[in-house]
Design a protein around this ligand. Structure first.
Ligand SMILES: [Zn+2]
Ligand SMILES: [Zn+2]
Length: 339
């Protein structure tokens, strides 16, 4: 059997470079020759084995870009040679109530690439056909990879949360998610506000397209947003509940705080602020493979690009450490040696 190189999280919760048999696609599945795979903070659920039902060893990776190189039986609409990607959404069951209502991202049996089955820290992976997104010709694999998780996670709520062109839309946090959120918001035609901590982030935020910058370390963020008329939407990508709570006062009437960053602590919200301004707080669960495909197409057309650092697959442990340290500018991407 032909072999491939892969990096798995073993039973001792360590990354290890291994040789595995190249998997064959079953019915309804595709095999992807991986070209690049992003390293996402959510890979922590595999590395620390905290996902319910996770079985180790597991090959992580849910920001996968590559080329279809084998098609399983019963797959109607994909063929060998197509460039595709796989994100967090790793396929849906098709029979639960959410699926029957067409709300696939809320599937109760949703599969997660690199968690429910082996992911993209490998030269090849197999995924259900329902999990893949087409990559535009003019978008390279290394740039496409982070768009399949960090990208769609910011793109999808920004286009669906009720803001219209010209509205004030703020993005809190200019990191792995936020640096894409700022670009998407600006390209969607919103009056875009970047919120971060420190004067040094301002130039970069403005380069990414922000029209305004609020320094949360020296300014009252809520007051600064109100001075701009209030935000129709604040997309928060930070993981600090107090920081999230602190911006709610910056929402305009009918404004929405949209949460995509995960905090261990609860939010503090003034009920009167919500009631009197008809304001809301909303969580947003990324998107389906078709949402990812939309994010990729939009990015290719509008010039949205992730800022990345690359490392070869063998150095996955190092790339993961760098991502966890918060020093990556802004997304780590693993590349396969044959590229
Ligand atoms: Zn992710
Ligand atoms: Zn389902």
């Amino acid at each position: 059997m032909p072999k491939m190189k892969a990096v798995q999280v073993n039973a001792a919760r360590q990354f290890e470079v291994v040789e595995r048999e190249i998997p064959a696609p079953g019915a309804g599945q595709l095999r992807i020759r991986v070209e690049a795979c992003g390293v996402c903070h959510s890979d922590v659920v595999v590395k620390e084995a905290v996902w319910p039902g996770l079985e180790l060893p597991r090959i992580p990776g849910h920001e996968v870009a590559g080329v279809i190189d084998a098609v399983g039986s019963g797959v109607a609409n994909w063929r060998e040679g197509q460039r595709v990607g796989v994100g967090w959404f790793g396929g849906n069951c098709g029979y639960c109530d959410s699926c029957r209502r067409g709300d696939f991202v809320l599937c109760r049996n949703m599969l997660i690439a690199g968690v429910s089955y082996d992911g993209g820290y490998a030269e090849y992976m197999v995924a259900p056909a329902s999990a893949v997104a087409k990559i535009p010709d003019d978008l390279g694999a290394m740039e496409a990879a982070p768009l399949l998780c960090a990208g769609v996670t910011t793109f999808n709520p920004l286009r669906q949360c009720g803001a219209r062109p010209g509205d004030v839309v703020a993005v809190q946090g200019v990191g792995g998610l936020g640096h894409l959120g700022v670009q998407f918001a600006a390209k969607m035609g919103y009056t875009t506000v970047a919120i971060a901590r420190g004067k040094d982030k301002e130039a970069e935020a403005r380069q990414l397209g922000a029209h305004h910058y609020i320094d949360g370390s020296t300014q009252d963020v809520a007051a600064a947003l109100q001075a701009l008329g209030g935000a129709r939407v604040i997309l928060t990508t930070v993981t600090n509940a107090d920081a999230m709570s602190g911006v709610i006062g910056g929402l305009a009437s009918n404004g929405t705080l949209v949460i995509v960053g995960i905090s261990q602590e609860p939010l503090k919200v003034s009920t009167l602020d919500l009631i009197l301004g008809r304001r809301s707080v909303l969580g947003w669960p990324s998107g389906t493979s078709l949402d990812s495909q939309d994010a990729l197409a939009f990015s290719a057309r509008q010039g949205v690009r992730p800022m990345i650092e690359t490392m070869p697959l063998e150095r996955a442990a190092e790339a993961y450490e760098r991502m966890m340290s918060g020093k990556a500018r802004f997304r780590m991407v693993l590349t396969m040696g044959r590229m």
